[in-house]
Design a binder for this molecule. Structure first.
Ligand SMILES: [Zn+2]
Length: 245
């Protein structure tokens, strides 16, 4: 039997049999991986330190048997504990993990792991609005998956859209459209587009600097979720995850 060590963040889990749990991990090494952790739900002193909860980052020693990967041992690297003590942080972490799961399903990369790690860290340990961090994660993860939207130039003719009063955004063409090229697409303020452009170039370690005030923040929320659901061909937004103030 051969063992492999994976560094992974738990995106979700499903309880199985009496005490087992199937963990869906985003790993540094292999992207999305499902592993079965035996007896993690039994209450015993020896299970302390095992990684079994959502949004925990840990190291997992795994082996394969009959096509199923099992956890032989695990240890917590970072539990992001404050996420579990605050409703808004918890909702943001759930939304972030859901996006990571959908994006990683087919477009996995080390870039996505770093993005997820930084986003959960900032959700847990900074006062940055958790939903602003979700939107920054969404923009950057789409970019990591090859769907970076064209912001400053028209996706139709290539002309700069920086001097336009309102900018249309086309999900099908993957970017802004100038006044000549637009049809009936929804339009957004230049500020909303500019903020998305800045989020896309922000290094992962600076994501906590993101501040999306109303009304541009609401526009960004609508634009990014609508674009994500179009390119990923799936519902991305969780029911209770929306801008509230
Ligand atoms: Zn144009």
């Amino acid at each position: 039997m051969s063992f492999e060590t994976l560094s992974g963040i738990v995106l979700r889990y499903t309880d199985y049999r009496d005490n087992d749990r199937i963990l869906t991990l985003l790993t540094k090494e292999r992207g999305l991986v499902s592993v079965t952790a035996r007896a993690v739900r039994a209450k015993s002193k020896s299970d302390q330190g095992l990684v079994k909860d959502a949004y925990c980052y840990g190291e997992f020693v795994v082996y394969e048997r009959n096509g199923i990967e099992y956890v032989s041992a695990s240890s917590v690297i970072e539990a992001f504990y404050p996420i579990r003590e605050d409703y808004d942080r918890l909702v943001a972490a759930a939304q972030t993990a859901n996006i990571a799961h959908i994006v990683a399903d087919g477009h996995s990369s080390g870039e996505l792991f770093s993005l997820l790690y930084h986003t959960l860290s900032f959700i847990a340990y900074t006062e940055t609005d958790p939903h602003d961090l979700v939107l920054c994660f969404l923009a950057k993860s789409l970019s990591a998956a090859g769907y970076e939207p064209l912001i400053t130039r028209c996706a139709g003719c290539g002309k700069s859209v920086l001097d336009e009063h309102s900018i249309a955004f086309s999900n099908t063409q993957g970017g802004s459209l100038c006044a000549n090229c637009r049809g009936g697409e929804k339009t957004y303020s230049p500020l909303a587009l500019e903020l998305i452009r800045r989020m896309l170039i922000l290094p992962d370690y600076s994501m906590h600097k993101v501040r999306l005030k109303k009304p541009a923040g609401d526009e960004i929320d609508k634009l990014l979720f609508s674009y994500a659901e179009f390119v990923l061909e799936r519902s991305v937004r969780l029911k209770n995850s929306a801008r509230t103030e």
